[in-house]
Design a protein. Structure first.
Length: 227
């Protein structure tokens, strides 16, 4: 089924899947911003995908994938995240650059190649940015991680996922050392929405775009005396 879709249609399904995962629903404005296209372009593409039975779109209620749409989206995400893992672990491509390259690979590799990549990588559970890899049946691990922007003051936790995989954002996060597996402490929140965090003994001030992209393990969080 996915072979009948254009690359852009596949990109839409993938992004809608991610928005549903994080926000419960997708909206045309968010899609237009992500792909830097006019709302009319989004509306037309969504209408075509709806005709194919891949999603539903109701006024004021937003966009949601159907079961068929979710299956295709999970296949695309599986190819993407395994490609990222191959690029980072085997080809040693910089962590921040793997996403953009994988965006191209996800449209051209088939399931046999995907399974071969998965096997040679010894069945990784996540991509290099900590996001879960769906299995070949489309099942994906659910977690209870929380965006750093919502973490309480004077608490700390382990970074688990980076959900915004824009290359510039990833490069910035990498430069600060805010990587999956690293412990981060929330020291202060400013009126402008910035958060002061401490990682590896160093304090940084980060904006909402970055703090909402970093997901922390709730189970590892605990109240701490900062300072």
């Amino acid at each position: 089924m996915s072979k009948k879709l254009s690359e852009m249609q596949e990109e839409y399904l993938e992004f809608i899947y991610k928005l549903e995962e994080r926000e419960g629903v997708a909206r045309t404005g968010r899609i237009a911003k992500e792909f830097n296209v006019a709302l009319g372009t989004v509306t037309n593409t969504i209408a075509n995908l709806k005709k194919m039975g891949l999603l539903t779109h109701k006024p004021y209620l937003g966009i949601k994938l159907t079961e068929k749409g979710r299956k295709i989206a999970s296949e695309i995400i599986r190819r993407h995240r395994l490609s990222e893992r191959l690029l980072a672990d085997v080809l040693k491509i910089p962590w921040s650059a793997t996403h953009n390259i994988a965006c191209k690979l996800e449209h051209i590799i088939n399931e046999n190649l995907t399974e071969a990549i998965e096997k040679i990588l010894q069945y990784p559970k996540t991509c290099p940015h900590g996001n879960p890899v769906p299995d070949k049946n489309g099942k994906i691990l659910k977690d209870k991680y929380e965006a750093l922007s919502g973490v309480p003051l004077k608490s700390k936790g382990k970074i688990m996922r980076i959900v915004n995989e824009n290359e510039k954002v990833l490069k910035y996060i990498s430069d600060l050392g805010l990587m999956p597996g690293v412990e981060v402490e929330v020291e202060e929140k400013t009126s402008s929405g910035r958060i002061i965090v401490k990682v590896s003994g160093v304090r940084y001030s980060i904006g909402k775009e970055v703090s909402s992209s970093i997901y922390v393990d709730k189970e590892s969080m605990n109240l701490a005396t900062i300072g």
